[in-house]
Design a protein around this ligand. Sequence first.
Ligand SMILES: [Ca+2]
Ligand SMILES: [Ca+2]
Length: 325
Amino acid sequence: MPYIYLAEANLASDFGAVRLSLHSLCAWCSRSLLCLGVVFVFCVAQMVIAGDVAQVADTNKVAVSSSQVTNNLTIDLRGVKMEFVWIPAGEFMMGSPETERDRQDNEMLHKVSISRGVWMGKYEVTQEQWEIMMGRNPGSFNGKTRPVEKVNWDDCHEFIAKLNASQAKVKGLVFRFPTEAEWEYACRAGTTTRYYFGDSEDDLHYYGNYCDMSCSIEMGQRDARYDDGYSNTAPVGSYKPNKFGLYDMLGNVWEWCEDWYAPYPAGAVTDPLQTQPTVGTRVFRGGGWSNAPGMCRSARRGQINPDMRSPDTGLRMVMSAQQSE
Ligand SMILES: [Ca+2]
Ligand SMILES: [Ca+2]
């Protein structure tokens, strides 16, 4: 199903291309007057592009701040920030090879094309963000910068509806869940390994909150080698990000996706989204604070009843252009 292009993202992409071209030109004509002229022209072009970005934000009366290269967007939720990073379109192999340790049978490798980029939440949705929109905090482990949990799939859609009805919405974009394919594509960030930092779980304690010595509930084998001091959730952004700049894609809380759970297709697909139930469960991804390292792999698929409110399940937002029919 096609998507409409995203104005800010195209500007961001063009802006990056301008910067890349400028760098190449300067390497060729270093110290020449021609180079100075080219620099002047490109600088003016950059100012015009940056001005356009600012104008888009002003026109829609939303508090959007963008960095100079506009790979980051910050949305203002009534005084509480929600940050996004740009995930460009691309292709990847979804699933895992049969040789991957802890692999499940439902991780069959297949090619997936993501035809349009999206803005994805840099962090899991926090309790502070949830409460400012919903007026309540269902979290079991209080902390405004900890991820919200004990939210079921419908609760999350209520949150999304409130975001889309609020002043935080950017014209032409909608808040929504990621699809399962978008989630894994963004998680992998170009990697094909067990985790987005490599194959060895020895390094997982740098990148994610999983079940180590402090963990209060053991769902799978505890990793007795490490102790991050968190008995349950950690404040979002406490560990290293992936190459897209996304934090906690692996561990902390599982993240709901839009899809109903279904076996993967046999062949290549573009922008897959499972809109019909098969066994009545929805997909969630990434593993959580109570899970062993094998559950926190990039390819690991989770599925639960959409009514479930679990202390290890939260969400992450995406902003994208509205789907066209
Ligand atoms: Ca932990
Ligand atoms: Ca997570």
